[in-house]
Ligand binder design. Structure first.
Ligand code: SF4
Length: 57
């Protein structure tokens, strides 16, 4: 996995996260929302997230 300098990320449970560098390793990601009317950052989601097998069983 190599760092994508354009995508900072702190989601260390994601298998694409470079924990020590706080970056994503994917070439691109998809961001979406789980809300009908998103108004704050918490309304958005990285839909490219995949759980590390070591974290999520
Ligand atoms: S896929 Fe999304 S959640 Fe996972 S490291 Fe990349 S930006 Fe973070």
């Amino acid at each position: 996995m190599s760092r994508n300098s354009s995508i900072k990320c702190d989601v260390t449970n994601c298998k694409y996260n470079l924990e020590s560098e706080h970056y994503c390793s994917l070439e691109s990601i998809k961001v979406g929302t789980h809300e009908a009317n998103p108004t704050v950052p918490e309304c958005t989601d990285c839909q490219s997230f995949e759980c590390k097998s070591s974290c999520c069983g």
